[in-house]
Design a protein around this ligand. Structure first.
Ligand code: DX5
Ligand code: ZN
Length: 212
C-alpha cells in the first residue's frame, strides 16, 4: 500500500495546524517537511523549531524531514532531537553521505538518501545498503507545484533492479494521475504537496491512493 506524505511546503503557513490536522483526519500518518537552506536550492523554508512544534502538537505523526542543505551534517542531531522520524540527505552534498547515513542510524533515526533528477541511480549504488529510504526527486528541488518528470520512473525501476529493498519515495508533481505509474515502478511513499493541500476531499484522495 502506498503511503502519502503531505508536504507542508504547500500548506497555508498562517493556518498550519489546521492544514496538518486536515491531513491527519484524512488518514495520513506521515508528514513531509522540506528544509531548504537557500544554498543547495534557491529557496529558504523551515527550520528545526517548526519540526519540534509539529512533533509536540502531533506526536503520533511520523515527520519525514527532507534536508535540501549543503551541510546537513551540522544539523542531524538538531533535527533528530526535534522529533524527526526520518531524515533525508542529498547524495549531491559536499560531505560524506555514507558517513551521515551511519550517523543517522546511531541517532536512532531512519536514514533517507535523495537524488536530484540529474543524478543517475548508478551514482548511489554504494550508498544504498545504508539507506532505509531513497527519495527520488521527480522535479528539480526547491519549489512545489512543478511538473512531474516522467523520466524519473526509470530511475525508480533502476533502483529496484539494483536489488534495493528499502522504501522508495517520490517527491515533486506527484498526483493521483501519475501515481499508478509510480506504483508500477516500485514506489512505497508519495510526497504530495499541492495535490494534497489543494484537494477538495483529501480523505477520498488518500483512500483512493491506499486502494491502488
Ligand atoms: C521540491 C519540494 C516539492 C514539494 C512537493 O523541492 O520537495 O517537491 O515537496 O511539491 P508538489 O507541490 O509538487 O507536490
Ligand atoms: Zn521534499
Amino acid at each position: 500500500m502506498i503511503k502519502v506524505a503531505p508536504s507542508i511546503l504547500a500548506a497555508d503557513m498562517l493556518n498550519l495546524e489546521r492544514d496538518v490536522q486536515r491531513m491527519v483526519d484524512a488518514g495520513c500518518t506521515l508528514l513531509h517537511v522540506d528544509v531548504m537552506d537557500a544554498h543547495f536550492v534557491p529557496n529558504l523554508s523551515f527550520g528545526p523549531a517548526v519540526v519540534a512544534q509539529l512533533h509536540r502538537r502531533f506526536p503520533a505523526l511520523k515527520l519525514d524531514v527532507h534536508l535540501m542543505m549543503d551541510n546537513p551534517g551540522a544539523y542531524l542531531e538538531t533535527f533528530a532531537a526535534a522529533g524527526a522520524w526520518n531524515i533525508t540527505i542529498h547524495a549531491e552534498i559536499p560531505e560524506d553521505a555514507g558517513a551521515l547515513l551511519a550517523r543517522l542510524h546511531a541517532l536512532g533515526v531512519r536514514a533517507g538518501l535523495s537524488v536530484k533528477p540529474g543524478t543517475p541511480a548508478e551514482a548511489v549504488r554504494a550508498l544504498l545498503p545504508g539507506a532505509d529510504m531513497v527519495l527520488v526527486m521527480t522535479v528539480e528541488p526547491g519549489f512545489g507545484g512543478q511538473r512531474f518528470q516522467e523520466a524519473m520512473l526509470d530511475k525508480l525501476r533502476a533502483l529496484r533492479a539494483m536489488g534495493y529493498q528499502g522504501l522508495l519515495e517520490a517527491d515533486g508533481g506527484v498526483t493521483l494521475e501519475n501515481l499508478p505509474r509510480l506504483r508500477d515502478s516500485g514506489l512505497d511513499v508519495a510526497v504530495m504537496g499541492t495535490a494534497m493541500f489543494r484537494s477538495a476531499d483529501p480523505a477520498a484522495d488518500v483512500a483512493a491512493i491506499h486502494a491502488l
